[in-house]
Design a protein around this ligand. Structure first.
Ligand SMILES: Nc1ncnc2c1ncn2[C@@H]1O[C@H](COP(=O)(O)OP(=O)(O)OP(=O)(O)O)[C@@H](O)[C@H]1O
Ligand SMILES: [Mg+2]
Length: 364
C-alpha cells in the first residue's frame, strides 16, 4: 500500500479584489476560506511526508481533478450556489471515484439545511427550539412560537444573514425580516424561538474504529470518539450583543468587538457532559463522518437546545472555533489535520489498521 500520497486540498477561496456579482447578499461568500488556511492545511499534511496541491472548487474542478489525479482530497469546499452547495464537491468526487475526507454527500447537503437538520433531531427527541420555516414571508405564525423570535437564512453559514435585526419582537418585524431573508438570500427563512442563554460549541472527532487509524489513539474514548473541550462564546460583549453574527465572526480573536472565547468553558460537569452528549448524538443522527462542530444555546430555563451542526467546520489556525478547542487541550494543528486525513483515507481502503492501535485496543 502506498505510504505517501498526493493530496489535493479543495476549497473555495475568497477573492477580496473581486467585485460581487449583482443580486447577491451583502455578505455573500463570507464562508469562503482565505488561502492562508489552505496553506496551513497543506503544510500540516506535508509534515507526514505527503505532497499536496491546492485546487479551487469552482466550475473547473472536474477538469483540474482529472489532470492532477490526486490519491485523496482534503475537502473544505463550501460550494457554489444551489440548495446544497456543501454537497457539491463530495458529489463530484463520488462520481469520479476519488477518495476524500469528512462527511459525504447526503450529510453535507442536509446539515447545510438547518430546517431539515432540526426535523431529524426533533424526530429523535433531541432538544431544539420550536421552529417554523417561512417560504412566503406572510405565513400565519404557529402558536408555539412566542416572541421574541430569531430569523435566519435556512441554508447559510458563518453568520451570513445574521445580525441584530435577526431578533424580532412582533409580527411586523417578523414578516419584514422573513421577507428580507427570502428575497435577498433566495431561500427560506428559519424562524425560531429566541434562545436567551449562554452559547456553546462542541467539536467531535472520530468514529467507532478511530483508534485503528489514528496517529493518536489516546485521544479517543472507548466509543471511538473524541469530544473537544466545550468552547463558550460570550456574545454579550461582541459588536452584535448576544448574537454571534457574521460581523462578530469576522473579528480576530481578542480584537475589539469580537465575542469572548472561553475554552474549556467554565461550566458544571453535568452541563459539560450534557453538551458533549448532545453534540455526539447530533453528529451521529446526521451520519456525519470524522469531524463536526455543533452549536448549542441555553433556553430561558437554562436547558441546552441544539442550534445547528457544521460538518465542514472552519479550520483556520488560531481563529476557527474548532482550532481554538483543539489548542486548549494542546492538540497540535498538524496532528488534527492528519487525523482528519487518516480517518478519511481509511474509509477508502487506503490504510492498514495500525499495529500499535490494535495492540492498544486488545488491552481494553
Ligand atoms: N434560536 C436562536 N436564538 C438565539 N440566537 C440564535 C438562534 N439561532 C442562532 N442564533 C445566533 O446566531 C448565530 C448564528 O446562527 P447559526 O449558528 O445557526 O448560523 P451559522 O451562520 O450557520 O453559523 P456557523 O458560522 O457556525 O456556520 C448563533 O451562533 C447564535 O449566536
Ligand atoms: Mg453556527
Amino acid at each position: 500500500m502506498k505510504r505517501y500520497w498526493k493530496i489535493a486540498v479543495l476549497a473555495n477561496i475568497k477573492d477580496e479584489n473581486q467585485t460581487k456579482p449583482e443580486g447577491v447578499p451583502p455578505d455573500a461568500f463570507a464562508d469562503f476560506d482565505h488561502i492562508e488556511t489552505v496553506d496551513a492545511i497543506r503544510a500540516a499534511l506535508e509534515t507526514d511526508g505527503h505532497s499536496t496541491i491546492f485546487i479551487q472548487a469552482d466550475r473547473d474542478l472536474p477538469f483540474a481533478l482529472r489532470e492532477a489525479q490526486p490519491d485523496i482530497c482534503f475537502n473544505i469546499a463550501e460550494g457554489l450556489g444551489g440548495d446544497a452547495r456543501e454537497a457539491q464537491t463530495p458529489a463530484l468526487l463520488e462520481m469520479l471515484g476519488i477518495p476524500y475526507t469528512g462527511s459525504r454527500v447526503l450529510t453535507n447537503g442536509i446539515s447545510l439545511d438547518k430546517t431539515l437538520t432540526k426535523r431529524i433531531w426533533r424526530d429523535r427527541k433531541l432538544p431544539v427550539a420550536p421552529f417554523q420555516e417561512f417560504t412566503a414571508g406572510d405565513e400565519p405564525l404557529r402558536p408555539e412560537l412566542k416572541f421574541p423570535l430569531f430569523v435566519k437564512p435556512a441554508r447559510e453559514g458563518t453568520g451570513m444573514g445574521v445580525d441584530m435585526k435577526a431578533i424580532v419582537k412582533n409580527e411586523k418585524e417578523l414578516s419584514e425580516r422573513a421577507l428580507y431573508i427570502i428575497n435577498v438570500y433566495q431561500q427560506p427563512a428559519l424562524v425560531e424561538t429566541f434562545l436567551p442563554g449562554r452559547e456553546f460549541t462542541v467539536g467531535i472527532l472520530g468514529r467507532a474504529d478511530s483508534k485503528l487509524y489514528s496517529r493518536h489513539p489516546e485521544w479517543y474514548e472507548k466509543d471511538g470518539f473524541h469530544r473537544f473541550p466545550v468552547l463558550e462564546l460570550d456574545t454579550s460583549r461582541s459588536v452584535t450583543p448576544w448574537v454571534y453574527s457574521n460581523e462578530a465572526k469576522s473579528k480576530d480573536v481578542g480584537a475589539d468587538g469580537s465575542p469572548g472565547y472561553f475554552c474549556p468553558a467554565d461550566i458544571e460537569p453535568e452541563l459539560e457532559k450534557k453538551l458533549k452528549h448532545l453534540a455526539l448524538r447530533a453528529h451521529q443522527l446526521l451520519n456525519a463522518l470524522d469531524i463536526s462542530r455543533t452549536d448549542i444555546r441555553l433556553d430561558e430555563d437554562a436547558n441546552p437546545r441544539l442550534i445547528e451542526i457544521n460538518t465542514l467546520p472552519g479550520l483556520t489556525p488560531n481563529y476557527s472555533d474548532l482550532c481554538l478547542q483543539a489548542q486548549s487541550e494542546d492538540i497540535r494543528y498538524e496532528d488534527l489535520a492528519l487525523d482528519i486525513l487518516y480517518l478519511g483515507a481509511s474509509r477508502w481502503g487506503m490504510l492498514e489498521p495500525r499495529e500499535h492501535a490494535s495492540e492498544a485496543l486488545k488491552k481494553k
